[in-house]
Structure formats: structure tokens, C-alpha cells
Design a protein around this ligand. Structure first.
Ligand SMILES: [Zn+2]
Ligand SMILES: [Zn+2]
Length: 122
């Protein structure tokens, strides 16, 4: 298994020293992205992923705002919880949503699932 840019790859075949790795970030989604390595160096990155990278919970930090609301800090961005949702699935909106009309949203489901929808525009 190799990890690259938040994606996980598993070896699919070897030709001499060259190993071809297939994206295995999402097993059930057939993602066309592959990388090639020779002696542990990435020599080629092929095709775009058809999904976002899986995010790492270790980068996520829950913080308390001045107003006493729980916020998420992730990779230098702050997120507010989006109200009106019950249950373990939570949506978190970029704190610059109003200022920059940023659409970036985080989705968390308990401690198991953590994903980002849309990229930041700032
Ligand atoms: Zn992929
Ligand atoms: Zn943003």
C-alpha cells in the first residue's frame, strides 16, 4: 500500500522494477487513477480520481469559538456546524462561507467518516 496526496493505492501489477498501483481509497468506486513507482519513487501519476481524497481524522481539531459554538479546524480552515440536522451525520461549512461565498463543506459521521465536498475558493 502507498499513500499519496490523501489517496491510498494498492499494487496491481509489477513489470521488472516498475510497480503499477491502483487507487484503493474507495473500494466500491471503480476509480481509474493509477501511479507507477520504481524503487519507491513515484514516476508517473495517471488519470484523475473520480472522488475526493479520504481525509485523515488526525488533522481534525474541534475548537470552541468565542461564542461557545463547536467548530472544526482542518488544514488551516475553520468550519461552523450547519444547523438543522439530527443524528450522527454532521455538515460543517467553511467559516468564510458568507465573506467569500466559499462552498467548502465537511461531512462527518461519528468518528468513522470524514469527507470534504467542494474546494475552498480562497
Ligand atoms: Zn481514486
Ligand atoms: Zn473556504
Amino acid at each position: 500500500m502507498v499513500k499519496y496526496n490523501g489517496y491510498t493505492y494498492s499494487a496491481s501489477y509489477t513489470t521488472g522494477k516498475k510497480i503499477r498501483w491502483r487507487c484503493s481509497t474507495h473500494q466500491h468506486q471503480s476509480c481509474p487513477a493509477t501511479i507507477h513507482t520504481i524503487d519507491d519513487f513515484i514516476v508517473a501519476v495517471n488519470k484523475a480520481h473520480n472522488h475526493h481524497p479520504k481525509l485523515d481524522f488526525s488533522d481534525l481539531e474541534y475548537v470552541m469559538s468565542n461564542k461557545g459554538n463547536v467548530m472544526i479546524k482542518h488544514q488551516g480552515y475553520m468550519y461552523h456546524i450547519k444547523r438543522g440536522r439530527e443524528g450522527p451525520k454532521k455538515m460543517w461549512r467553511c467559516s468564510r462561507h458568507n465573506t467569500f461565498h466559499c462552498k467548502a463543506t465537511l461531512i462527518t459521521i461519528g468518528e468513522e467518516y470524514f469527507q470534504r465536498k467542494y474546494d475552498h475558493n480562497h
